[in-house]
Design a binder for this molecule. Sequence first.
Ligand SMILES: [Zn+2]
Length: 243
Amino acid sequence: MTQTFSNGSNPNKGLSINNINTVDANATGKISYRLDRSSPSNDQSTKQQSSVEETNEAMIEAVRTMLLSVGENPEREGLLKTPKRVAEAMRFLTGGYSQYLEEIVNNAIFDEGHNEMVLVRDINLFSLCEHHMLPFMGKAHVAYIPNQKVVGLSKLARVVEMYSRRLQVQERLNRQVAEAIQTVLEPKGVAVVIEATHMCMVMRGVQKPGSWTVTSAMLGIFEEDQKTREEYLSLIRHQSTFF
Ligand SMILES: [Zn+2]
């Protein structure tokens, strides 16, 4: 589900079992579950290479057009290199399109026989909303209960990063991260909560600085078993003592 808080309401108040429910695919309807594209073949990579150069030029030209459209002069000194910089920044911020799940987790799945909850909290994320191409940023809390197989902890952060570096809506990002972990580990359950603030709400539109949105996705045992879900929610609320 998705919840939006405004103007500094207490973050932790929102995270009670009553108002964090699972993202319901049927209820939300439009969430697309495209997990990932498969890796490109060599042929495709060469084609992609030349098309990257072409699209870079096109992007640079598009930024020039935007500068002109807002009444700026792209020839003035401060703006001379801006189109190129913006194109490079966009390329970086959408770098997740050229990453693949199987490459990221490759060689990092271990058969540990571990069956207790694994939780990586406070994974910083930076993404761009697909409606305005403005940033949204926040934290993801990713947990799973292994079914023998575990994955290197940093890989959970890499999965969040890969899906964040694409044009997104928070709900889909949340669901994609959960389903990716479900796919690669086949664990007993996956829980992902994302808390984020959206610049398209803060800087424009309703202009509500301090508003933030919580989404969650619970799969498997996290969906079925209330105690497990509660344990996860209490662990993500718990303040660590070493920061
Ligand atoms: Zn937006």
